[in-house]
Design a protein around this ligand. Structure first.
Ligand SMILES: Nc1ncnc2c1ncn2[C@@H]1O[C@H](COP(=O)(O)OP(=O)(O)OP(=O)(O)O)[C@@H](O)[C@H]1O
Ligand SMILES: [Mg+2]
Length: 434
């Protein structure tokens, strides 16, 4: 049992004591969540992570008072319901990904955030619990972690930061250059969100945004390509995160408004978020995740099923047509929308990979990883669509995608990008219909 702030210290139970007495190689973290009705994070339960040699073990226990709250949100509706108090994670070797389940793995940074953290830590790698404690402010969703019962105040700084400075700091790190001293703080403050590409957080118009920057090895302007693609997706009736391209002196930055931080930054609201990996229990490195799997979880735990299933189908058709092989289980997610129900988050990170590899990042259905329109049509029923309705949707999206050039030109694509996309879409048309 853990205690909420309105519980007398004398009533604090054995778990709190356990947090203090954890063995040297065992760590107990208080897990907190921002609930819609409360201004700060509320303690939810205790996360334990320990190591025996190269193997990690762990588990989670909801606090009794949290479970008793009318407004308690399960960390994961299907796999960590509040109806159960404790969850033991299967032991796993650290090199195989460690013990954390996918709900908590969603809270860890990815390649870019890890790079920022190691940079801050003099290149020493950090353990999962260290990373959980250091990324409260930026992480997607509403979960925070603390070594004590006191919940961290995880509101990002509202101080205005120059986008040029953020871009320069990210450039130095991404391209293995010395980061100027004055810019170091910026990286650490805002660079630990998920994903592999260089990015940082910034406050614009009192709201929180992500700024995405070039990565080493980019063959084209990926920020412009992403902006163009999001614009095109919007024309296909896909809800996309609000975005804007921002030209800087040397590069373009892509700004994307955080959909898990509604309202003004100073109000500190956060919405609980689960990636499709956690929501469908599909490990990142497995090929278990699929559009059909996501649709079937939304049928059970969705608040907007009749809106979201056809929309998910449109996203599938769109990603198939544009060669988005990077369409993996962390590039889809759901937002809590009240009473333990979820809606599809706005779409994000939709980018043609320009490689026509002929596979899907997230399968169409289990075992169906080849992007083909017949396969897409074959699963329409899972999205609540008749064959006729699905055929109309596919036709409409193909027409919009066929008119991509006008959209891309208007969004600032240069000749090189236009040539690459033209070639890619032509090849993809052959792949999806052959
Ligand atoms: N608009 C948004 N609001 C809130 N969270 C977001 C938003 N866009 C992305 N995220 C979160 O940030 C993570 C990284 O963002 P994104 O996928 O755009 O980065 P990336 O580096 O291009 O990713 P990848 O490694 O897939 O290429 C996402 O997985 C998601 O959890
Ligand atoms: Mg991504």
């Amino acid at each position: 049992m853990i205690s909420t702030s309105d519980e007398a210290p004398a009533q604090q139970g054995g778990r709190a004591k356990r947090a203090r007495l954890a063995a040297a190689d065992e760590h107990v973290l208080y897990t907190g969540m921002y609930l819609p009705e409360a201004p700060g994070a509320i303690p939810v339960g205790l996360l334990t992570l320990g190591r025996r040699g190269v193997t990690e073990y762990g588990g989670f226990e909801y606090g009794r008072l949290y479970r008793a709250r009318d407004s308690a949100i399960a960390l994961n509706p299907a796999f960590m319901p509040t109806g159960m108090a404790t969850f033991n994670f299967p032991q796993r070797r650290l090199r195989d990904g460690g013990a954390l389940n996918l709900t908590f793995k969603d809270c860890l940074p990815d390649a870019w955030g890890e790079l920022v953290l190691r940079y801050e830590n003099n290149w020493k790698p950090l353990s999962a619990e260290e990373m959980l404690l250091k990324t409260n402010e930026n992480r997607v969703g509403a979960l925070v972690f603390s070594p004590t019962h006191a919940m961290p105040s995880a509101s990002p700084s509202t101080k205005r930061v120059r986008l040029e400075d953020l871009a320069e700091a990210a450039r130095c790190l991404a391209f293995e250059m010395e980061v100027p001293k004055a810019l170091k703080r910026l990286l650490v403050q805002g660079g630990t969100l998920g994903g592999a590409r260089p990015k940082a957080s910034l406050v614009r118009d009192h709201a929180l945004w992500i700024a995405k920057f070039p990565a080493k090895g980019d063959e084209v302007d990926v920020q412009v390509l992403e902006a163009c693609t999001l614009r095109l997706a919007g024309l296909c009736d896909i809800r996309v995160a609000q975005f804007k391209r921002e030209p800087l002196q040397q590069i373009n930055a892509l700004l994307v408004r955080r959909f898990d931080r509604p309202g003004m930054v100073k109000d500190g609201h956060r919405i609980h978020y689960l990636s499709a990996a956690a929501f469908t229990d599909s490990p990142y490195e497995s090929n278990k995740g699929s559009y059909v799997g996501l649709a079937s979880q939304l049928r059970v735990h969705g608040s907007m099923v009749s809106r979201d299933l056809p929309e998910l189908f449109r996203r599938l058709v769109f990603n198939v047509l544009i060669d988005n092989t990077d369409d993996h289980v962390k590039n889809h997610g759901v937002l809590h929308s009240g009473r333990n129900l979820y809606e599809l988050s706005p779409a994000f990170d939709m980018v043609p990979q320009l490689s026509n590899l002929g596979y899907m990042g997230m399968a169409i259905a289990a075992g169906s990883e080849t992007p083909h329109l017949d396969a897409v049509l074959g699963v329409a029923g899972h999205f609540g669509l008749s064959r006729a309705a699905a055929t109309t949707t596919i036709k409409r999206i193909r027409e919009v995608v066929a008119g991509w050039k006008t959209v891309f030109v208007a969004e600032g694509a240069d000749d090189l990008l236009l040539r690459r996309v033209e070639h890619c879409f032509k090849e993809q048309e052959k792949i999806v219909t052959r």
